[in-house]
Design a protein around this ligand. Structure first.
Ligand code: NAP
Length: 255
């Protein structure tokens, strides 16, 4: 088992389609003990119901825009779990209206919200996760998307936030590497979830990928979870600051 005896925390479960949920389930199958967070009461019941199929994870509220909630989460993890081996950041948000028209019309507030929730939160989480990992090193993983490297129609402000997230992964990898902590990103191809459904023309993006990607198909949650296991486990012990694309090879295409 790839994560036998390992302790992890997963941010970003909304429902059973969430990439975070599928990663959490696979991590438990591979022997991990988990803490799961949910954003608000609206989601709590969902997360608790899903978690019934896992081995009694610690379940905690955390809106990543709130420092006090992040601090409380890691204090609880320290007290109840004694330390951490990995952390998964699968959190993103942009206002629906920013994912509709043109990027040039992005509002100041919409820009800041997307950056705060989708990019800065990784640094906030890493700051508190790192001290809990120092005994034997650790792995921090962020979920990203090609829209942070190239222009994808309607991804707009979220693309700019993903670019910041991708670069944060590299700066964090450089800072935390000397402490034995690795930080990587997994760039997933488009997959229908609660968040992606908010992107205008999302089914067209799926169709385009099926037609153009080297593997001529979309990817699914299970493929993302398997690659995530690699990055979270000792199998990737020599890898940090990397972005692994799980996208049927779509990102290599020029034309
Ligand atoms: P999802 O199920 O909707 O997950 C996004 C999560 O972010 C939700 O649990 C959401 O909670 C949470 N979130 C939003 N604002 C938050 C806040 N302030 N504090 C804490 N949590 C907050 O969608 P997903 O597709 O699995 O997304 C997971 C990650 O994968 C994201 O980073 C996304 O950009 C990335 N990704 C997705 C795709 C794709 O095509 N699906 C492709 C590449 C990368 P609420 O529901 O309560 O708001």
């Amino acid at each position: 088992m790839l994560l036998n005896g390992k302790k992890g925390i997963v941010f970003g479960i909304a429902n059973k389609r969430s990439l975070a949920w599928v990663i959490a389930r696979r991590a438990v199958e591979e022997g991990a003990t988990l803490a799961l967070t949910y954003q608000g009461e609206r989601i709590e019941e969902n997360v608790r119901e899903l978690a019934e199929s896992l081995n009694d994870p610690l379940i905690l509220p955390c809106d990543v825009t709130k420092n006090d909630e992040i601090e409380t989460v890691f204090a609880e993890v320290k007290e109840k779990m004694g330390g951490l081996d990995f952390a998964v950041h699968a959190v993103a948000f942009a206002r629906r209206e920013e994912l509709d028209g043109e990027f040039v019309n992005t509002s100041r507030e919409g820009y800041l919200i997307a950056q705060e929730v989708s990019a800065y939160s990784l640094t906030a989480i890493a700051k508190y996760a790192a001290p809990l990992m120092e005994a034997s090193g650790g792995s921090i993983l962020a979920l990203t998307y090609l829209g942070g490297e190239r222009v994808i129609p309607h991804y707009n402000v979220m693309g700019v936030a993903k670019a910041a997230l991708d670069m944060s992964v590299r700066y964090l990898a450089a800072d935390l590497g000397p402490r034995g902590i690795r930080v990587n990103a997994l760039s997933a191809g488009p997959i229908k979830t609660l968040s992606s459904a908010g992107i205008k023309g999302f089914s067209k993006i799926l169709e385009h990928m099926r037609e153009r990607a080297p593997l001529r198909r979309n990817v699914d949650q299970a493929e993302v979870a398997d690659a995530a296991l690699f990055l979270l486990s000792n199998m990737s012990r020599g890898v940090t600051g990397e972005t692994l694309h799980v996208d049927s090879g779509y990102h290599i295409m020029g034309m």
